[in-house]
Design a protein around this ligand. Structure first.
Ligand SMILES: [Zn+2]
Length: 511
């Protein structure tokens, strides 16, 4: 059977519009997905994203705008869909947790866990943070019973609720967490292992309708709705075409989630427990990213720092935000985001290295040969050295992408572009072409460069899908030749197009 992979972003909470922090997760995930599709074949990769629409916070955000929750989340979900379109996110399924199909799936999971005695009822009293939508134990709170995440007082609540057994499965959860590669990068592993070193409390998975009626009703008690986290995890698989046990047992072991570090614990502990409790296999891995800082502050709804990613698409053009984020931020670590840095990267890497190389090589081919490739790549030592650099980039960039080192994958491509620019200086085809007797050598040099450009554009596709397509269109290659190894793509007799400006220099910051 063909190797498959199922990839998800987090299902985004819909209490506010998309911001740059969301865009980072979508763009990194989408590039990984595009890479996997190239490797495994389009039909062997599925990509799920969507909006998480139930729960207290969404309910309160709706109220604050004088709306009922459904019209409110309808509007927010549309904004996220538009952001996905604008950012060129190639998802297969956009799941809304208010979709009837999703809700039925959640109820099926709950009923099954209840039937297996994995969910039980008891009276509960505790300290509850509305912002986190969870109960806290006193030792988890800051002095004065403040929520550690929100730094505000928690409420004392007493009520009967349903609980999912977690402690019972702690050893089994731990055995998954300890699997090599389960948490990537590994720096986040200890945090979870520490939590699993001591008994963990069972998870309250219900909310009385008297307190909150915006959620999926428990199938076994109509006085309650489902805790929003239980609901949201199900969205990773709930709308796949086949949600039979057999299908889920095949897809979960090849499922990879891309998430932010703030939701690591819920994913590493609750979600495996939910799966174990219904007898399904646990997913393959969590790919954990850090936070984006802007002027020293984290991008988030609560910081009020909510730059609209689509504005960046409009200002800089397609792929620029994506390139910047993947190149400048080390996946797994926090990253700094600023307009100045984007413009620096843009001018140095995109306008100079990639844009200029493309336009110089295409314009020389036009000027000296009317756009026709009249030779195979050269066979001098310098030609072979450059060919060797480009011949190796797909494999090197692929290996880095597999380990989520997107910045290093891009570095590999840019090292090759740099080598190509230096090769032009060293071989100086402009000077050679002044004497017509040298044109055969100029043809070899250009063939060497054009073939390198083709391989670079092809390798760049997961990270800059629009730019890669535009360059391959200028090279006038079909998909099959585009994907060929170095030396087997562009043949003598082939015609390329005249250059068009790909990344015009930006002279000063936009405001
Ligand atoms: Zn809180």
């Amino acid at each position: 059977m063909a190797e498959k992979v199922h990839i998800t972003t987090a299902i985004t909470y819909s209490n506010g519009p998309p911001h740059i922090g969301h865009a980072y997760e979508y763009l990194a995930t989408d590039s990984y997905v595009r890479y996997q599709r190239r490797k495994l074949g389009r039909e062997n990769v599925t990509f799920v994203t969507g909006t998480d629409e139930h729960g207290d916070k969404n309910y309160r955000a709706a109220l604050a705008e004088g709306l009922k929750p459904k019209p409110f989340v309808d509007r927010i979900s549309e904004l996220f869909r538009a952001a996905h379109a604008g950012l060129n996110i190639s998802y297969d399924y956009f799941v809304r947790t208010t979709d009837p199909r999703h809700q039925e799936f959640v109820q099926r999971m709950l009923q099954r866990a209840r039937d297996r005695d994995e969910i039980y009822y008891r009276d509960y009293e505790g300290l509850y943070c509305v912002g986190c939508e969870r109960f806290y134990t006193e030792k988890e709170l800051l002095p004065g019973n403040l929520c550690p995440a929100h730094n505000r007082a928690v409420e004392f609540i007493k009520e009967g609720n349903y609980f999912l057994r977690l402690e019972k499965h702690r050893a089994e959860i731990r055995s998954h967490v300890e699997r090599p590669g389960f948490i990537r990068p590994e720096r986040y592993l200890n945090e979870v292992l520490n939590m699993l070193a001591e008994p963990i409390e069972d998870l309250c998975i219900s909310r009385p309708k008297s307190r909150l009626d915006w959620g999926i009703e428990l199938p076994f008690d109509s006085n309650y709705v489902t805790y929003v986290w239980y609901d949201a995890f199900c969205a990773y698989v709930s709308e796949l075409p086949d949600t039979s046990d057999a299908a889920l047992s095949a897809i979960l072991p090849v499922t990879e989630h891309f998430i932010g570090k703030d939701i690591l614990k819920t994913h590493a502990i609750y979600w495996p427990a939910m799966l174990i409790s219904v007898g399904l296999p646990v997913y393959r891995c969590l790919n954990v990213h850090g936070w984006l800082n802007y002027g020293g502050q984290r991008f988030s709804k609560s910081s009020g720092n909510v730059a609209d990613p689509l504005e960046y698409e409009k200002t800089y053009g397609p792929d620029v935000l994506r390139y910047f984020m993947l190149r400048d931020i080390v996946y797994g670590l926090d990253g700094d985001f600023s307009d100045e840095r984007i413009i620096e990267r843009y001018n140095a890497d995109l306008a100079n290295d990639l844009g200029n190389l493309t336009s110089r090589v295409l314009s020389m081919t036009q000027r000296y040969f009317g756009g026709e490739i009249t030779s195979a790549p050269g066979a001098n030592a310098e030609d072979r050295a450059l060919a060797g650099v480009f011949a190796a980039i797909a494999e090197k960039a692929g290996a880095f992408t597999e380990e989520l080192a997107f910045n290093r994958a891009l570095e590999v491509i840019w090292q090759a572009l740099d080598a190509a620019n230096k090769y032009i200086v060293a071989t100086s085809p402009f000077t050679l072409a002044k004497d017509r007797a040298n044109l055969p050598r100029v043809a070899e040099i250009l063939a060497t460069l054009l073939e390198g450009l083709r391989v670079a554009a092809d390798t760049l596709e997961p990270f800059m899908p629009t730019a890669a397509r535009r360059i391959l269109e200028l090279l006038a290659v079909d998909e099959q030749s585009a994907r060929a190894p170095y030396g087997r793509g562009l043949k003598p007799g082939h015609r390329v197009k005249p250059p068009v400006p790909l990344f015009p220099r930006i002279e000063k910051p936009h405001n």
